[in-house]
Design a protein around this ligand. Structure first.
Ligand code: SF4
Ligand code: SF4
Length: 142
């Protein structure tokens, strides 16, 4: 999170596009919260000003010049992977630069090309999240 924030020259966590969430105490572990590049992104569908475009290689781009800060995209992301920049009052989302992975001392993070899954529904994403939580409970984070 610090590395992601640092990418834009900030020392704190305010500009981070990645989060870490506990799944119920230290003994149960943690999950990384980051955009998982839905094939049919719900975040893009709800933007009233078409500020979100779907990248061919996966994930989304947000045109902050068009964005009006309505937070619809943040509400629509099933993973909670759209963070909020309080300074600009605009959303923050992972741009797949891979910078964070270089600073993860435990090799939890990696930037890899994968096949795009077809299950981009809210339910599918929630299933994925549940699986991650199970893995985290076993002490494995992704
Ligand atoms: S809905 Fe969330 S996980 Fe899916 S593309 Fe948008 S930001 Fe990424
Ligand atoms: S916060 Fe910005 S990018 Fe997100 S839905 Fe609203 S206008 Fe679109």
């Amino acid at each position: 999170m610090f590395a992601c924030s640092r990418r834009t020259g900030n020392a704190g966590l305010e500009k981070s596009c990645i989060g870490v969430r506990s799944v119920g105490g230290m003994e149960r572990g943690f999950v990384v919260v980051v955009c998982r590049a839905c094939e049919d992104p719900p975040c893009a569908k709800v933007c009233p000003v078409d500020a979100i475009t779907v990248r061919e290689e996966g994930g989304v781009r947000i045109d902050l010049n068009k964005c009006i800060g309505c937070k619809n995209c943040q509400d629509a992301c099933p993973l909670g992977a759209i963070f909020w920049d309080k300074e600009s009052n605009k959303p923050l989302v992972c741009v797949y630069c891979g910078y964070c992975a270089q600073y993860c001392p435990h090799n939890v993070l990696a930037l890899e090309k994968t096949e795009v899954s077809t299950g981009s529904t809210k339910e599918a994403s929630k299933e994925e999240e549940k699986e991650e939580e199970k893995e985290a409970a076993k002490g494995v984070t992704a």
